[in-house]
Design a protein around this ligand. Structure first.
Ligand code: GDP
Length: 304
């Protein structure tokens, strides 16, 4: 749990606070109690269906263990929630994948403001610190300021940036980056993209084109297509994710701004509804505030 300690403070007290509030009203196990439990789960962003499913399983578990006192019921709930988190993630590959030889390419997608550029900066720093040769590509040529923002990260961290003027064709930026990465033996290439969901057809075409160019130059690339989602937007993040899933082969989710939410159910909702593994989590705005996701640590960090 220690890997997440500071960043999860809010979400942790939020979830535990809700469980405590629920138990504060506890007299005995009855239907009112389970109604309140369902409401608590929905408020925690686990999603309606998942809340019903969890509450059914908790009902069975409370009966099975013959839990009666407040302390017993509390223990059953916490144990069961940890179990459910682990179970929901058990077939999901949380690891990031790298090229065996030549440059590894990660493509970043997601709507404006979710934290794509920041995450690219944080990861560039991580790989640079590991002694790797790192390049970032400013493929978001659409949003005003996006190129400059990535450029600032590249200067700060000390990695190479490939960029063109605003409104250039992002595919040509990506082409330049991939060919340079190959020719000059870069280890890691992190590609930023524009996130305009308002025009879904354009977005799809653009992402397809970018993917095609990357794959043409490096057949097994991109090694990851990482979708950034803002944890503070709850169910809205889920509907964004569904749209991106249609547009491109997302291999992993970066859940940003987990430090800014008190609703711990979002990870469970993502797993149950999207079946895409969360691979990275953002726990703040600073360069070191990025962690690899690990279900067990996360679940314990949340409830224990
Ligand atoms: P982009 O449009 O997707 O590239 O988003 P940005 O990287 O520009 O991030 C938008 C805002 O969110 C910036 O102010 C970031 O500092 C902030 N941000 C990004 N990740 C996190 C995070 O994990 N926690 C917090 N609190 N803020 C974040």
């Amino acid at each position: 749990a220690s890997r997440y300690t500071h960043g999860l403070k809010k979400i942790r007290t939020g979830f535990k606070g809700r469980i405590n509030a629920l138990l504060a009203n506890f007299r005995h196990v009855d239907e009112d109690f389970f109604d309140d439990l369902e409401e608590m789960l929905i408020e925690s962003d686990v999603g309606f269906e998942a809340a019903m499913k969890i509450s059914d399983e908790l009902r069975d578990e409370v009966k099975f263990q013959n839990a009666k006192s407040k302390a017993e019921v509390s223990e059953v709930i916490v144990e069961k929630l940890v179990d459910l988190y682990e179970e929901a993630g058990k077939d999901q590959d949380e690891e990031l994948h790298f090229a065996e030889e030549g440059p590894t390419v990660f493509l970043f997608v997601g709507v404006n403001g979710v934290g794509k550029t920041t995450t690219i900066g944080k990861l560039a720093k991580r790989y640079k610190d590991e002694g790797k040769k790192v390049m970032v590509a400013a493929g978001d040529t659409f949003r005003a300021g996006a190129i400059q923002q990535l450029d600032e990260w590249a200067q700060r961290v000390g990695v190479t940036i490939v960029k063109k003027p605003e409104k250039s064709d992002p595919a040509s930026v990506v082409y330049d980056a991939v060919t340079k990465a190959k020719k000059e033996n870069y280890d890691i290439l992190l590609v930023d993209t524009a996130g305009r969901l308002q025009n879904k057809v354009n977005l799809m075409n653009e992402l397809e084109k970018i993917q095609r160019i990357i794959t043409r130059e490096i057949p097994e690339a991109p090694h990851e297509v990482l979708l950034a989602l803002d944890a503070t937007t709850g169910q809205n993040a889920l509907s964004q994710a569904k749209q991106f899933k249609d547009a491109t082969d997302v291999t992993g989710i970066i859940l940003t701004k987990l430090d800014g939410t008190a609703r711990g159910g979002i990870v469970l909702a993502i797993r149950n509804e999207l079946h895409i593994p969360v691979k990275l989590v953002g726990l703040g705005e600073q360069v070191d505030d990025l962690r690899d996701f690990n279900t067990e640590d996360f679940a314990y960090g949340l409830f224990k």
